[in-house]
Design a protein around this ligand. Structure first.
Ligand SMILES: [Zn+2]
Length: 213
């Protein structure tokens, strides 16, 4: 495998084996959480047909199960629409995965979190204009505005951010990835709850402001 450098940025490379893998028991919970996030619009597809948002679950070591690429339009996924990331390299921006679909280029962000904090079992990445703006205006942890998604620089920025957090779960904003927010925690429930509850709080404040006008 060769790496191509364009403008000094190492291009993301995913190598996939079209095999099957054992489904962890928490998969049902993970998939239900995804449907909840889809219904809230935190995972979905843009008007241009580009999918956004993904979530993952640590299986063993630094391996993790993640939603496959180009699944954003589907409300309820099946097991074949997930893939297992078996290994990855933040430095080389490469991912080796197993399954019927490719792993998203945002897999590296998930991998960086699992690698940095062994207590983390679940990572949730969603997109929301209101949540993104609210977190940036507040004092939420964040990656810098000049760090774009899907790059080794993002994985490195996320590693630094995770090292700076002592408690779980954590919600942070990717200032350089428009609308991008990430929650991670010790299990599916705590990571998902933090993102959903914060999102709903922001929405209700937003509505209050409109009512008072
Ligand atoms: Zn994203």
């Amino acid at each position: 495998m060769t790496l191509e450098a364009a403008d000094g940025v190492i291009k993301y490379r995913s190598q996939r084996v079209a095999g099957t893998f054992a489904q962890p028991s928490e998969w049902v919970q993970l998939n239900a959480a995804r449907t909840t996030l889809f219904d809230l619009g935190l995972i979905g597809v843009t008007g241009q047909g580009v999918g956004f948002g993904n979530l993952s679950l640590r299986t063993q070591g630094d391996q993790f199960l993640i939603t496959g690429s180009a699944t954003g339009a589907v409300r309820e996924l099946n097991a074949q629409q997930y893939c297992l990331v078996e290994s990855f390299s933040v430095a080389h921006n490469t991912v080796q995965c197993r399954g019927a679909l490719d792993a998203s280029s945002e897999s590296m962000t998930h991998g960086a979190i699992y690698q940095t904090n062994p207590q983390v079992r679940c990572v949730v990445h969603g997109h929301s204009r209101v949540l993104f703006d609210a977190l940036l205006q507040g004092n939420a942890p964040r990656t810098a505005v000049d760090v774009p998604y899907g790059t080794p620089a993002m994985a490195q920025a996320v590693t630094r951010l995770v090292l700076g957090q002592t408690a779980l779960p954590v919600l942070f904003v990717m200032a350089g990835h428009d609308e991008g927010v990430v929650a991670y925690g010790a299990d599916v429930a705590s990571a998902t709850r933090l993102m959903v509850e914060t999102f709903q709080k922001v929405l209700s404040h937003d509505q209050d402001r409109h009512h008072r006008r």
